[in-house]
Design a protein around this ligand. Structure first.
Ligand SMILES: NC(=O)c1ccc[n+]([C@@H]2O[C@H](COP(=O)([O-])OP(=O)(O)OC[C@H]3O[C@@H](n4cnc5c(N)ncnc54)[C@H](OP(=O)(O)O)[C@@H]3O)[C@@H](O)[C@H]2O)c1
Length: 285
């Protein structure tokens, strides 16, 4: 690279965000690796990364982080990787209103609020890259993941619309769709499950036991799980290709279910999705 490119990445305390921050730094980017908690910002700074605190659930935090970023870069940013998010497990009928709100505050509203703060900077530059981290679960749904499914479907809608609206601006919009990736995702989802789901008063008490086993399982919980570097490879393409793709599928399950979604009637796809979520669907084992 001739001129150093800068990128802001959300959710860098662990998993995909942390991996991509290191990879891009090693590639010569100026990386602003953000974390929700101040102690994690300190930890990743100790690893040699430049860090900012950014909690997507707080407008104040988003604005403070962007103000500081623009001060440090003299109002410039090449790319934004909207990576930070969490998964709220639970059957749809067990989701309280505030639980759905929390899921959307971080994964959707905060992500788009941040993006909307960055777009004017990129418009002024006449170039930029906005990359969302979506999910296979923004393409097809699985039981007991309704809040997360809905948040990732919402990101698909925002990213696809933004791509149409930014056509010709020099700003490219992509969405990466990972399938299962090794990270702290299940550990964090288990915490949210314990905080927000009243298992003992749920119709699905037995199913939740299967779900708990999946969330607590050591090592990969699903076949074809890949390391976060697999997502990084797609991110690199989205950042550096002259013609970045609109959608990047990562992992075999994403390719498989992306194809099945197009080919199968809805009830046929439901049958397959019930079979693959056997931990939760104990009655169908
Ligand atoms: N792992 C998978 O199988 C998989 C599959 C498809 C898509 N994805 C997507 O990949 C992205 C990264 O997840 P991961 O797998 O790397 O999981 P992870 O290790 O749990 O990382 C998620 C990151 O998002 C951060 N985050 C959560 N709530 C936030 C908030 N309110 N504000 C700012 N950051 C917040 C977390 O911070 P804290 O540590 O402070 O909570 C953490 O740094 C997510 O968008 C996820 O939906 C993951």
């Amino acid at each position: 690279m001739t001129k150093q490119k800068s990128i802001l990445i959300t959710g860098c305390s662990s998993g995909i965000g942390l991996c991509c921050a290191h990879e891009l730094k090693n590639r010569g980017y100026r990386v602003f690796a953000t974390t929700r908690k101040a102690e994690d910002a300190a930890k990743i700074e100790a690893q040699g990364l430049e860090s900012l605190v950014l909690d997507l659930a707080s407008s104040e935090s988003i604005n403070a982080a962007v103000d500081e970023l623009l001060k440090r870069t003299n109002n410039h940013l090449y790319a934004l990787f909207n990576n930070g998010a969490f998964g709220q497990p639970g059957a749809v009928e067990d989701l309280k209103r505030h639980v759905l709100t929390e899921q959307f505050e971080a994964n959707v509203f905060g992500t788009q609020e941040l993006t909307n703060r960055i777009i004017p900077i990129m418009r002024q530059q006449g170039y930029g890259r906005i990359i969302y981290n979506g999910s296979l679960l923004g393409i097809v749904s699985l039981p007991f993941r309704g809040a997360y499914n809905a948040s990732k479907y919402a990101l698909e809608g925002l990213a696809d619309t933004l791509r149409l609206e930014l056509y010709g601006s020099g700003i490219e919009v992509s969405i990466i769709e990972p399938g299962p990736i090794t990270s702290a995702f299940r550990k964090n989802a288990y915490i949210k499950y314990q905080q927000n789901i009243d298992k003992d008063h749920s119709f699905f008490k037995v199913n939740y036991e299967g779900m708990e086993a999946r969330l607590k399982k050591k090592g990969p919980a699903a076949p074809f799980t890949l390391a976060p570097e697999a997502v990084y490879k797609k991110l690199e393409h989205a950042l550096e290709s002259a013609h970045p793709r609109a959608h990047y599928y990562v992992t075999f399950p994403t390719h498989l279910f992306g194809t099945l979604k197009r080919l199968l009637p809805a009830k046929g796809l439901d049958w397959v999705l019930r079979k693959v979520s056997k931990e939760e669907n104990q009655t169908e084992r």
